[in-house]
Design a protein around this ligand. Sequence first.
Ligand SMILES: Nc1ncnc2c1ncn2[C@@H]1O[C@H](COP(=O)(O)OP(=O)(O)OP(=O)(O)O)[C@@H](O)[C@H]1O
Ligand SMILES: [Mg+2]
Length: 259
Amino acid sequence: MAYLNVRNIQKNFGATRVLKGIDLELERGEVLVIIGSSGSGKTTLLRALNFLELPDDGTITLDGEVLLDASDKTMRSDEEIRKNRLHFGLVFQQFNLFPQYSVLDNLTLSPRLMAKSLPKAERKAKIQAIEENAKALLERVGLSEKAGSYPCELSGGQQQRVAIARALALSPDILCFDEPTSALDPELTGEVLKVIRSLKDDRRTMIVVTHEMEFARGVADRVIFMSDGVIAEQGSAEEIFEHPKSPALQHFLRLSKEK
Ligand SMILES: Nc1ncnc2c1ncn2[C@@H]1O[C@H](COP(=O)(O)OP(=O)(O)OP(=O)(O)O)[C@@H](O)[C@H]1O
Ligand SMILES: [Mg+2]
């Protein structure tokens, strides 16, 4: 069985069927890129994988552990969902940093909260490790010197790199990105894409929703093309970008080139 196994994810908002039975697999260390037109369900799928939406049907299995079985109502306690959410990290289009906290505190806030439940004797060492890890992650994304700054003092590209470091600070098994550069000016997208590429070099398992087709082609091990709530086509980067089969994907790629 693949590292991540997603079966038959369905999600309706009222009468609108947004995800109509999504199946996907991902191996450890692979990068899955999701492309598709606006409204096809990409964000909803990422939110479902991150337990921000509860699917109406389907299962999510990670490393042999069933994290979600929508038919099993016993799996829905808040505590269970919080625990399962930690397997995934999500970087949003709009960064979503905490504006009232410094860059370093943005990284350490959630891990510190989790350390609160530790026995006092272990807590101090844990908090020190959290701080050190956060500093190392800031260095990793090239922002060591901004540890004491506030989000409003940073450029969009810098804020997004902080958001990436913040997601990494929780050591997720799979890091997900939802159009991480689409809120950025073109000259700032490069620095963010470079960080994501370097995470691939580290063999991080990632799922990336993006409209940056050149980047997608370079970083993807597998590509999924979503259309109207289903996976209309999937394959290697070469298969999807060089030899698209369905007219819908051919059309989508043509439109992307014109932009
Ligand atoms: N909370 C919600 N309530 C009702 N409808 C929703 C909700 N969230 C999403 N939808 C609908 O689900 C569909 C898919 O939305 P989604 O945001 O997943 O698309 P997307 O592929 O991410 O699009 P984009 O490329 O524009 O980000 C859309 O028709 C949207 O209006
Ligand atoms: Mg979206």
